[in-house]
Design a protein. Structure first.
Lengths: 561, 277, 310
């Protein structure tokens, strides 16, 4: 990388020597107007002087890449090549209504400057007010490397922008985020992004609520789409579409298509794009390889196989009537997580547009009947006091568990010796839809336009292939770009950790859960009833009927605030 | 002193109860300490591993490095000291007014204050955040201190204590031409030292351990306190128990030291009156 | 500010009244801004039926939230759970603390050590402690079951059996507050004039009698104070449940307390008005209980007065 850069630099130098330095007799103009020089040191003192203006008269590509702060770009390449008329036209345009002393900046202060001087003289500008920077931009950038800028379109210089980003990441996740952010700030020195951890997800959402109420929302925040919907409804979120479609700073059609559609859809409400996907993971079936092998059970791929396997793998080793090893362990909260089975039974939990629950309909009944079968066989249980379903698996107290791929780092570090854990997509039924989850990063509609633009640039950077690949490589999450699989950093991780590949392989079968306002409450009402069913305290039909009533009530209640 | 067998048995029983209580109280702490030096693999083992196979001090280093420890420590100390001193001043003055001074509506006001204790603090978080945001105090020490600068509970406690001091002292002081304020700080407060120390200690403990408010009222790392660091060790996918325990113990240690230091006064206060059962 | 002993003269009385408010000012200022104001606001919100939470705009008022609350089976369950907890945990934890305080107050060695130990839970953050407890109570690899196994007791599913939730919360309440209550009791015990005991001893009163006839009556205000604060504390039980049961209200909602209900409604469901209505009801319940306790104390005092004057 460095080598390429230095080569490029050399090339630029040689080119500029050729342009400014070497005399090319063919392009010699007959009568050259006299030039007066100004040293870079003197010119530096005039940077902020409103009586002076700097004209960067090099090729547009070069002045666009790097120039003197505040300099106006006027390409005099044609004039230098002998087209005096073009030169006069450019200078006429440049000096329109201008009554300032001009400092001409070219490559080395010779031929471009001469052409410009001639042009200015020809259009009758007061020549006592025209100076040429001695040694041109080459000398300037050697002497004052700090006093050069990146792309400065004509006369504006980017103002310093500060952004605040609230997140709930800690440990390696936070470190990876910080590294990407530092890289971003190195690339955009005028943007300062401050990452602020706000505790866990629940703390972060509480805090966002308080901040929204007090008008103190941050520029950027990590948030689940089922929480974001409320803010979108309240008009507090910036629509990113204009930024995304901007020819200069937006995304190409190719870029857009590189994001898995379900991740993008999760950020879109109506015609607006209100977030960008960030940390995503997939719900998978983890299993203990040794236990399956010993019991002669293949990794289940259908509901029937799963139920069977679960039953076979459940063991009561001490004979007290209670299993010590369960076939399958589920996460404690089946409310929002019930989605994949309902979907695999050919239905939906709720209508995401109207918020109407479908809790008492056939697909839900099928899904719950299937899961309940495992519970009633005593072949499955909730994580319960283990809190995370992967804990009993890691300790040999479960043969399989349903959990997120984001648990991978914990499984890698905390699994008991002798236990080999692998994972597979959830067994399929009528369909083989797979649940993905995780947060997006949103830009709140606060602050100046410059901040909003900077926030977009940051989001674009955060989700760029190279960076999302880096983040996924460092953490348990997966990249939000399909092209990340060919990124060398992530590819190496994939080769080393095949479990990560599962989440990448199933992207096209993936979907994300409901997110309408009130859906969390409605699904919780469902979850409460399901717990009663699985505990054998309530029959399925009554429970689902009650869930439907309570769920509808919860949605209605959520919509009146 | 000679003891009858009955007295001896009673004594034995006393010790038995006290020791049983101590074991009951200590068990979780012993477990915490042991866990804090365990290697990750032994943390969740079953049957439980009591004594770690090797002592892993690394957990403490990890816990220490996970957050900017000294910044958090400094903030914790500053905030705790500020809250406690503010509380002592406000509650001593208010308790004195309730215990010693007469004013219209005293009982009604007292009842109103006691009533505020009955509302769960959880619902006050967001309105208070909004108030402080309006004052422009978010992310300052002021925001962390102001809502806790007094305590109805402590006023309640001190009032009871002040009221138990005989009126004759007050009258005598008055006859000597002593002002209320001087009487309060030279007679009542010293006489109530155990209670004052107790409420100070309560406040120190509460503010030292408080988690949600310091998190909500501040934004940046530079302003955060130690308990906020607790969140660092648990994520939705799992918990690093050993480092969490190491960090918890580092947080708890100062409060235990403060308690052990102030305990002297409390014991002193008890023994001064020469109470022997 | 100097006053003479003629405290009865009207101008001095006026000064006294004025002075009292000065003394109260700092505390009142803080309480008004950070307690009374938000409480009033929140109570008002209980009557909002259609509103914009962020903009503080109310479109409709009414009693709907309260009506819904009364119909909500969860709320009824929360009240039931909380009441049961209060009825068991408060008297039990006060009694246990009093026992330990009296024992500590007797002539024993290592009193300081015991007292320090008992106080430990109180200086600990409840979050960290609840994590340790949850872990010790784990059915499969918890310490408690491992110890019980030595005595031949079968595994108990402490944290997943709904019937175990109440006992655990009671034990936790005792465990957490023991040191604190002991200190308050010790402060009260220290306030008892030793001459009472000397006199009783001269009369040959036994330890039990001394306790019931001197200690307990003399500790009246302390017991009263502790019973009010403990009940209030129990009514606000939340942290323990939240942490111990991994952000769930216990198995089959057996640990759903009123504050848990409020918290869930407010922060999880974002049903602000419902949460406000519920906290208003909680306030009324606690207020009623406190008044009842005050009433009982008055009655007892009255009874005592009559008896002693007889």
């Amino acid at each position: 990388m460095k080598r390429i850069l230095s080569l490029l630099l050399c090339a630029v130098m040689v080119l500029s020597m050729a342009a400014c330095g070497a005399k090319a007799p063919a392009a010699e103009a007959p009568a050259d107007a006299p030039m007066q020089y100004i040293t870079p040191e003197d010119a530096k003192g005039l940077l902020d002087d409103s009586g002076y203006v700097f004209f960067d008269i090099r090729k547009a590509a070069d002045s666009g890449a790097k120039t003197i702060p505040g300099a106006q770009a006027w390409d005099m390449d044609k004039a230098k090549e002998g087209d005096a008329e073009a030169g006069k036209a450019t200078m006429t345009e440049a000096t329109k209504g201008l009554d300032k002393k001009i400092i001409l900046v070219c490559y080395s202060g010779k031929r471009y400057a001469q052409a410009a001087t001639n042009a200015l003289s020809a259009i009758g500008y007061d020549m006592s007010k025209v100076y040429t920077l001695e040694g041109g931009f080459t000398a300037w950038s050697e002497k004052f490397p700090d006093l050069t800028t990146g792309a400065a379109p004509a006369e504006t210089q980017p103002e310093e922008v500060e952004l605040v980003f609230w997140h709930a990441m800690s440990g390696v996740n936070e470190e990876a985020m910080q590294k990407i952010t530092d890289d971003f700030m190195a690339e955009y020195p005028y943007i300062k992004v401050t990452l602020q951890n706000q505790g866990g997800y629940t703390d972060l959402f509480d805090k966002l609520m308080a901040a929204a109420k007090a008008n103190q929302l941050p520029n950027l925040a990590q948030i689940y789409s089922n929480r974001l919907s409320w803010y979108v409804d309240k008009g507090l979120v910036l629509d990113l579409v204009p930024y995304m479609n901007d020819p200069e700073i937006g995304l190409t059609a190719e870029d857009k298509a590189d994001f898995p559609q379900m991740f993008m859809d999760n950020c879109i409400w109506g015609d607006g794009q209100y977030a960008m996907p960030f940390n995503k993971s997939m719900m998978v079936l983890y299993y203990n390889e040794g236990m399956l092998e010993e019991a002669g059970v293949a990794v289940p791929t259908t509901w029937e196989e799963w139920a069977e396997a679960s039953k076979k793998l459940t063991k009561d080793t001490d004979g007290d009537g209670d299993p010590d090893i369960y076939g399958t362990v589920f996460a404690n909260n089946l409310s929002t997580d019930i989605a994949p089975w309902v979907k695999q039974a050919g239905g939906l939990c709720m209508d995401d547009a109207t918020g109407k629950p479908f809790f008492d309909q056939e697909p839900m009944r099928k899904a719950v009947t299937f899961l309940n079968g495992m519970f009633q066989d005593n072949a499955a249980r909730f994580a319960g006091e283990d809190k995370n379903a992967n804990i009993p698996l890691q300790q040999g107290r479960a043969a399989m568990c349903v959990a997120s791929t984001s648990a991978l780092p914990y499984i890698e570090s905390g699994t008991e010796e002798g236990i080999v854990i692998n994972c597979a997509p959830l067994p399929a039924n009528e369909t083989d839809d797979q649940l993905y989850y995780g947060t997006n990063v949103t830009v709140y509609d606060v602050g100046s336009d410059a901040q909003k633009t900077a926030a977009w640039l940051y989001l674009k950077y955060l989700t760029a292939t190279e960076n999302t690949a880096y983040f996924a490589a460092q953490t348990g999450y997966i990249p939000v770009r399909k092209s990340a699989v060919s990124d060398p950093v992530f590819a190496a991780v994939l080769a080393e950790k095949p479990m990560k590949q599962v989440a990448m392989d199933n992207l096209d079968k993936g979907f994300q859960g409901e997110r309408c306002i009130g859906c969390i409450n409605a699904l919780n009402a469902l979850g409460d009833q399901l717990k009663l069913v699985f505990a054998g305290e309530k029959d399925l039909d009554t429970a689902l009927a009650d869930a439907q009533v309570n769920g509808q009530k919860a949605v209605d209640e959520a919509r009146n605030s | 002193m000679n003891q009858t067998p009955g007295q001896k048995a009673a004594k034995l029983l006393t010790y038995a109860i006290l020791i049983a209580g101590a074991v009951f109280i200590l068990l979780p702490f012993v477990w915490m300490i042991l866990t804090s030096v365990k290697p990750s693999k032994e943390v969740l083992k079953m049957p439980p591993v009591w004594i770690p196979s090797k002592i892993q001090w690394q957990n403490y280093v990890k816990a220490f490095k996970a957050v900017p420890f000294f910044t958090y420590l400094k903030n914790s100390i500053l905030v705790t000291v500020m809250i406690t001193s503010c509380e002592l001043i406000t509650t001593i003055l208010a308790a004195y007014a309730f215990a010693q001074l007469e004013f219209r509506g005293k009982n009604l006001l007292f009842l109103l204050l006691v009533a505020t204790m009955m509302v769960p603090g959880e619902i006050l978080t967001i309105p208070n955040f909004v108030t402080l945001a309006r004052l422009g105090w978010i992310n300052t020490y002021k925001a962390m201190v102001a809502p806790w600068a007094t305590s109805v509970f402590s006023i309640f406690l001190l009032r009871q204590q002040f009221a138990s001091i005989p009126q004759s002292y007050y009258k005598a002081a008055r006859m000597d031409g002593c002002s209320d304020l001087r009487y309060l700080f030279t007679v009542m407060v010293p006489m109530s030292r155990p209670t004052v120390v107790s409420i100070a200690l309560l406040k120190i403990i509460n503010s030292w351990n408080s988690y949600l408010w310091p998190l909500i009222s501040t934004n940046s790392r530079e302003m955060r306190t130690l308990p906020v660091g607790l969140a660092y060790f648990s994520t939705e996918a799992g918990t690093d128990y050993n480092t969490l325990m190491a960090f918890s113990l580092m947080i708890i240690a100062p409060t235990i030291i403060v308690y052990l230091l102030t305990q002297k006064y409390i014991i002193q206060g008890v023994s001064k009156t020469g109470l022997k059962g | 500010m100097r006053t003479n002993r003629l405290t009865d003269s009207p101008p001095v009385r006026f000064a006294l009244r004025y002075k009292a408010w000065l003394y109260l000012l700092p505390a009142l200022l803080v309480i008004t801004v950070f307690q009374i104001y938000p409480i009033c606001k929140s109570f008002l919100m209980g009557f909002y039926t259609d509103f914009d939470y962020l903009k503080d705009e109310v479109y409709a008022w009414g009693f709907d939230n309260f009506r819904n609350l009364m119909r909500d089976a969860d709320f009824a369950l929360a009240i039931k759970n909380t009441m049961r907890l209060a009825l068991v945990a408060a008297p039990l934890s006060i009694a246990v603390s009093l026992l330990f305080a009296v024992l500590l107050n007797s002539d024993i060695r290592c009193r300081k050590v015991f007292q320090s130990i008992y106080f430990l839970p109180f200086v600990t953050s409840m979050v960290a402690v609840s994590i340790v407890w949850a872990w010790m109570l784990n059915k499969d690899f918890g310490l408690v079951n491992a110890i019980l196994k030595v005595f031949g007791v079968k595994k108990i599913a402490w944290l997943t059996d709904p019937n175990m939730t109440l006992p655990i919360l009671v034990v936790l309440c005792i465990w957490k507050g023991l040191g604190y209550r002991v200190i308050i009791f010790l402060a009260g015990l220290q306030g008892i004039d030793p001459r009472y005991y000397q006199a009783a001893r001269l009369d040959g009163a036994r330890a039990m009698n001394r306790f019931f006839h001197i200690t307990l009556p003399q500790l009246g205000p302390t017991v009263f104070f502790l019973s009010i604060t403990t009940v209030i504390d129990v009514f606000k039980t939340f942290d323990e449940v939240y942490v111990m049961y991994a952000k769930e209200p216990g198995p089959l909602k057996s640990g759903l307390t009123i504050v848990y209900y409020i918290f869930d409604k407010f922060y999880h469901n974002w049903s602000f008005a419902a949460a406000a209505a519920a906290s208003f009801v909680l306030f009324l319940i606690v207020l009623a209980i406190t008044l009842l306790q005050f009433g009982v104390v008055r009655l007892v005092a009255l009874y005592d007065e009559r008896r002693t004057s007889r």
